[in-house]
Write a protein that binds this ligand. Structure first.
Ligand code: BTN
Length: 242
């Protein structure tokens, strides 16, 4: 594992993508920035992170061994790795589908994965991770942000956190390379936010109550409504109502 620390960049995802286009970059290389001037979130949103207070990093993977229809397993191993390192500091931690890491009803980590495909092969994945560590005030309109410091009152060393996080992610990524697909999928499903019981959701037809059945290796999210109807969704087709 190779850690590149930089002072400032627009987005570590862009930095790592450009670096990997210019030169050969080893798998599991991680770029950690002190600050990002245009940190990106999912669906074109921005990512708030006060300079020097948080983990804002991107990791490079070459998961060409992974069948495209199982691509979501990479997302699962990242979420599991981040969840486990957070558990060393605070508990309980869970994963909100598809790949937000939550503590109770609050988001502590966002993950942005950008894949480069050729045909059916995932050549390269740039995995951007933002973990709220020592930030105490959030000013953007991000939904439910929380940091480790807000939860524990304790300042956490960013270098130490990053090293431990890379260790847990490498552990899960090794399992992925070994083909332990069902173990990964089971572990991910076991850690899901709202994994049992009925909760309110919203799709394009309105709100309804449902329970989670399963997340498949493709990333599809399966629910059963309180009327007994099974429904499946891909990312952005459904939202969680609080
Ligand atoms: C989300 O919206 O939940 C995803 C947030 C991802 C943020 C991280 S911070 C490091 C990396 N660089 C970016 O520009 N975004 C990701």
């Amino acid at each position: 594992m190779n850690i590149i620390k930089i002072d400032s960049t627009s987005s570590t995802n862009i930095y790592l993508k450009e670096l990997s286009q210019k030169q050969e970059v080893e798998e599991l290389t991680v770029v950690q920035a002190y600050s990002q001037t245009a940190g990106r979130g999912q669906s074109g949103t921005s990512w708030e992170a006060e300079p020097g207070k948080n983990i804002t990093c991107s990791i490079l993977f070459y998961p060409s061994f992974l069948p495209l229809k199982k691509h979501f397993l990479l997302s699962e191993v990242i979420a599991l790795g981040v969840k486990e390192v957070l558990e060393e500091f605070v508990q309980p931690v869970c994963v909100k589908w598809p790949n937000d890491v939550y503590i109770n009803d609050k988001k502590i980590t966002g993950i942005l994965i950008e894949n480069e495909l050729i045909g059916q092969e995932i050549l390269k994945s740039i995995v951007g991770i933002g973990v709220n560590i020592n930030q105490e005030i959030f000013t953007s309109n991000a939904q439910n942000p929380v940091s480790l410091k807000q939860l524990t009152g304790i300042e956490t060393d960013l270098d130490l956190f990053l090293k431990r996080m890379m260790k847990r992610i490498s552990y899960w990524y090794d399992l992925l390379k070994k083909g332990s697909y069902s173990f990964i999928s089971r572990s991910y499903n076991d850690t899901l936010y709202r994994k049992s019981g009925f909760y309110r959701y919203q799709d394009r037809n309105g709100q309804f109550m449902a329970e989670i059945l399963e997340v498949k290796d493709s990333g599809l999210f399966f629910l059963r409504t309180d009327k007994g109807e099974e429904r499946s969704y891909s990312f952005k087709e459904i939202s969680f109502i609080y």
